[in-house]
Ligand binder design. Structure first.
Ligand code: ZN
Length: 245
């Protein structure tokens, strides 16, 4: 497989055939893992316009008529899911329960309202919520996704914690890369909204550390890539904040 040239694209190379970009506005991470004839996008941005930008980025990075074939949604918050509809034909994965949540009209309205509260243009939020893609595949426990060319990633359902449906993506390599969603935040304090399960959160980070191991690169939903030591410290802070051990 050919090397991907990430230089000058605004994307950060994390490992061979693994990268991510920090989107403007909420500093939300979108990840990309490239196999042979397949490309997995992790989260899709806060609007259809942002999704379209990501789609164009992938084309530019991979060349030709390359397209996103798989999408993993780390959790059902607006800044991670509202761009999904622009990736027609992609197989979408989410933690079990996210499909039922998105099938519910009230949940779409809430997602739209949350996006508007956070500063998304109301018309853009309404359009994206209207076209919201319900995950096609429900991940219970763990799911290995084969992207071809020897690239296999592990999707793991380790919520509820930051949200009701938290999915993480582990990419083996010389150094393991773990996309954590908002279970880990580096650029601000971890956000616990009304759908969080704070008492489960420290245990979810234990699980994350067990999946990635001591040497992995952990990619937060928001902020710079961190190491296992950062996760252990964030776990201790969350345990103290929520009064659990
Ligand atoms: Zn979130």
């Amino acid at each position: 497989m050919e090397r991907i040239d990430w230089a000058g694209t605004g994307w950060e190379e994390l490992a061979a055939r693994v990268g991510r970009v920090r989107l403007p506005g909420w500093d939300c991470t979108t990840g990309l893992v490239v196999g042979d004839g397949a490309a997995l996008l992790i989260d899709t941005g806060s609007s259809l316009r942002e999704g379209a930008r990501l789609r164009a980025d992938v084309r530019r990075l991979l060349g030709g008529d390359a397209r996103v074939t798989h999408i993993a949604l780390t959790h059902p918050h607006f800044d991670h899911v509202l761009g999904t509809a622009v990736f027609s034909g992609a197989e979408v994965y989410g933690a079990v329960g996210m499909d039922a949540l998105f099938a519910h009209p009230g949940a779409r309205d809430e997602l739209c309202a949350d996006a508007v509260r956070q500063g998304v243009d109301p018309a853009a939020a309404a359009e994206a919520a209207e076209l919201l893609v319900t995950p096609h595949h429900r991940v219970c426990g763990e799911w290995t996704l084969d992207l071809g060319g020897g690239v296999q990633v592990l999707l793991a359902n380790i919520g509820p914690a930051h949200s009701g449906h938290d999915l993480v993506v582990c990419v083996p390599g010389t150094r393991e890369t773990v996309f954590c969603g908002d279970l880990v935040e580096e650029s601000g304090e971890p956000q616990a909204g009304p759908d969080a399960a704070p008492r489960h959160w420290p245990a979810a980070l234990d699980r994350l550390l067990a999946l990635g191991g001591p040497d992995a690169a952990y990619v937060p939903g928001h902020g710079s890539v961190v190491n296992a030591g950062f996760l252990r410290a964030q776990r201790a802070e969350l345990a103290a904040r929520f009064g659990v051990s």
